[in-house]
Write a protein that binds this ligand. Sequence first.
Ligand code: PLP
Length: 374
Amino acid sequence: MRQYIYADNAATSKIDKEALERMQVFLYDNYGNPSQPYSFSRLSKLAIKEARETISCCIGSDPDEIYFTSGGTESDNWAIKGFMKRQSKNRLVVSSIEHHAVLNSANTLKREGYNICYLNVTKEGIVLPSFLEKIMDDGVALVSIMSANNEVGSIQPIGELARVAHEHGATFHTDAVQAVGHFNINVKKLDVDMLSASAHKFNGPRGIGFLYIKNGTDLYPFMDGGAQENGFRAGTENVAAIAGMAVALKNNCNAIEENNKYLINLENELIAGLKHNNLDFIRNGAEQHLPGNVSLSFRNSDGEMLLHRMDLMGIYISTGSACDSQNTQVSHVIRAIQVPSEYANGTIRISLGKDNTSEEVSQIVYALTKILKG
Ligand code: PLP
């Protein structure tokens, strides 16, 4: 029996057992540097090649379009700054609900004189293609819109947004950190030019991720040094993490439908339980959302207080609204979707994963009811 309930899977997730076993091979027995020509390194080199093939298969790319990075933050920084600095056009479009890896990359460019446009979203947290259409012109070099929002789970119409960007001659990047491994993504069908992913969001290890870069997309290398990653991201590869990430992604992708059905049932139980106990809350996000991601705003409450009281009861959740630069308790996402002020401060994110159970959901309902109703 677990002594705690982990319901913060959008922050990070438990490693897949098979991925962990695969990693151990390259951490202890087969630790050869993949760049060395001798036979001891052969398995490391092969593991990287196989991981690239497995990952490309999962997202519908070619293997040589996958570049390993240290995670979502690095992938976003590289895609945005590495691309923009190579362009003659100086306009970048991002949505107002992006992760700070994207927003702060844009802010850095802004300080350097680039022109940044922040797109509004609907109250459900959706960037409508018509919003993008309205602000597009031929000066836009890059549009970056996340596939699914990390706080409220809304899934964006990425294929349509990419089409609008392309019609105006812009390149399209998507931060798919919350999406990869959770719903089917095919970069060719969506026609995206760059896509960021992070292994620890799909039961892989922390500190590893990848950037899909469509062949022909022109951006600066992220790291100068050796010839690793085709000379675009130098540094000795983290073979164990790369191999573990590929196994985790393959296993998650093979179980997407089954997992999502399970998670939708769990979140329905959660919402039904809270309603049954007459708690006054709003559920944030769109109908089309990441399964298991439940963003709730409780009336006249305080998300920080809820997080800490739940922690004392052994239940780990998130506010999903880290204090931002304006020093309010309400995140940029909760503000962008215009959650009414009497609810906004009481926002929490419960992100259920495939290891959570019905029994745990009942305990979460019980704990929230006890805290809010005494
Ligand atoms: N983008 C999104 C949407 C995220 O949710 C996160 C992490 O929470 C990141 C980027 C950053 O990813 P990483 O933790 O791998 O740097």
